[in-house]
Design a protein around this ligand. Structure first.
Ligand code: SAH
Ligand code: SF4
Length: 472
């Protein structure tokens, strides 16, 4: 695989910003403040991308709304990982016919991973005339240019060329919260797990330069963010395309060295190259949360091989042992796919056994979804949907029981949490997270939001802990 790293010139982003200014003049000419809505599906990377779309839209003069009937521009940022997300997108985009009928000048854009697939872009072209603009993840940096073309050209615009992807610095961002922030450190994926569409739609792995990542982390800390999540499809291969001698563990240290009281999180780590150095670094960096999301996908060596995951059950278990030796308080979460083509009862029993052995704090479980163009899509898949559902229900039950048991172990303990928002409920009106990322509902003054606090855990269930502020 030969991929030559491509960087979008800073000059080019400035040109896009100049186009934002042109759009600003157009859309605010009547003295009105136009409204935009950005609807995001899928992973944290998509959330981060939507913050860039909002950054550009804000420079164009748009304010934001959640009401699709009010919006002058609607951008739907889509996911392609499973069919369910695609169906939701198509249903919701179809429903925009009603809003556009009321507001004929409304512009509807659909972007992200789903439309980077040729068959989906075609489907939208043919069956969803309500959509004016379609662009894939590789074109996000030139969203202003594409939107202006729709505004001035009177024609639908489709920009979904196949591409290995580039790195663009300097795109404005409008972040969602004020306590937690996403920070992309790399884009794309080279792993080609046989079930997964991500490498086809997000392109090859490319890392941002360490100095750019650190500069952005510094800005976040200066702006008061207290919880920074470094994002990549596989953060463990960070830096491999840069040849600058900085790997992911080194990057963690560099971010950890930024002065201030904040937490560093990251996702996702691929077990094939999570190293002892990574766990040692996590343990040594006082700002690094003791949480790792390490998707195992299956506990069966046969299935792992068919998935092209490049590790086996034993290697995974050994990693967990090493990680826990460095961090006895480590919170470990995972993703599991049930019903991969040809997965037998025995394979599934291996997965259940692995879960009992590891005792994950939380598990994200998915029923296998066939993705066009992936190798798994043409593997024999004799098991029925009902078989898969039965396994899925058993796995969820196990996951919930273990999470509940693990949560119960917190009761009576006093922990430092970061208060991150209001729940809108009584009496537990605040939400917070432990260092390991477990959710804690609290009673307290909203002035605590954005602060660390010591909390005594008084109750728990499968999904959350409940606590009270500890006496100072
Ligand atoms: N890069 C990340 C995962 C991105 S997708 C990683 O490798 O960990 C998030 C999760 O969705 C995956 O971990 C996997 O469990 C699930 N997933 C991906 N493709 C899927 C498919 N075709 N069907 C069902 N689940 C899938
Ligand atoms: Fe998909 Fe595998 Fe890449 Fe994760 S590592 S994005 S599951 S191909």
């Amino acid at each position: 695989m030969s991929y030559v790293r491509k960087e979008i010139d800073a000059e080019e982003i400035r040109r896009q910003q100049a186009l934002c200014a042109q759009i600003f003049d157009r859309v605010t000419a009547d003295g009105r403040r136009p409204l935009a809505m950005v609807d995001t599906y899928g992973c944290q990377q998509n959330e981060a991308d939507s913050e860039k779309l909002r950054g550009y839209l804000a420079e164009m003069g748009y304010s934001f709304t959640e009401d699709e009937f009010q919006a002058d521009v609607i951008v739907v940022n889509t996911c392609a990982v499973r069919e369910h997300a695609e169906m939701r997108v198509l249903g919701n985009v179809g429903a925009l016919n009603h809003t556009k009928k009321n507001k004929p000048d409304q512009i509807v854009a659909v972007c992200g991973c789903m439309v980077q697939q040729e068959h989906m872009a075609e489907k939208i072209k043919r069956s969803y005339p309500v959509v004016d603009l379609v662009f894939g993840p590789h074109e996000l940096w030139r969203f202003p240019e594409l939107l202006l073309r729709v505004m001035t050209g009177g024609k639908r615009v489709f920009a979904t060329q196949k591409d290995a992807g580039a790195v663009a610095e300097g795109i404005p961002q409008r972040r969602d919260g004020s306590v937690k922030a996403w920070l992309s450190i790399m884009y794309g994926c080279n792993n080609f797990c046989t079930y997964c569409v991500v490498p086809y739609v997000r392109g090859r792995e490319r890392s941002r330069r360490p100095e750019d990542v650190v500069a952005e982390a510094r800005e976040l800390v200066a702006a008061g963010y207290k919880d920074i999540t470094l994002l990549g499809q596989n953060v463990n291969s960070y830096g491999k395309d840069l040849d600058c001698g900085v790997d992911f563990a080194d990057l963690l240290r560099m971010v950890n060295d930024i002065p201030g009281d904040f937490l560093i999180r990251f996702m996702t780590s691929h077990p094939k190259d999570a190293t002892e150095k990574l766990f040692r670094t996590m343990a040594a960096c006082e700002k690094c949360a003791h949480h790792i999301h390490l998707p195992v996908q299956s506990g069966s060596d046969r299935v792992l091989k068919a998935m092209n995951r490049s590790y086996d059950r034993e290697k995974y278990l050994e990693e967990v042992r090493v990680a826990r030796a460095y961090m006895p308080d480590l919170v470990l979460t995972t993703d599991i796919i049930v019903g991969f083509p040809g997965e037998t009862d025995e394979d599934f029993a291996d997965t259940l056994r692995l879960c009992e052995q590891v005792r994950f704090d939380a598990m994200f479980t998915f029923i296998y979804s066939k993705r066009v163009g992936t190798p798994a899509a043409s593997m024999p898949d004799p098991y029925t949907r009902a078989d898969k559902q039965r396994h899925f229900d058993m796995l969820t039950e196990t996951a919930n029981r273990i999470s509940g048991e693990k949560h119960r172990e917190y009761e009576g303990r006093t922990l430092r949490v970061l208060v991150d928002g209001e729940t809108g409920k009584v009496p537990y009106n605040l939400s917070s997270r432990t260092n390991g990322g477990r959710l804690v509902h609290l009673k307290g003054d909203p002035a605590l939001i954005g602060r660390f606090a010591d909390v005594k855990i008084t109750a728990s269930n499968t999904w959350a802990l409940y606590g009270e502020l500890a006496e100072a």
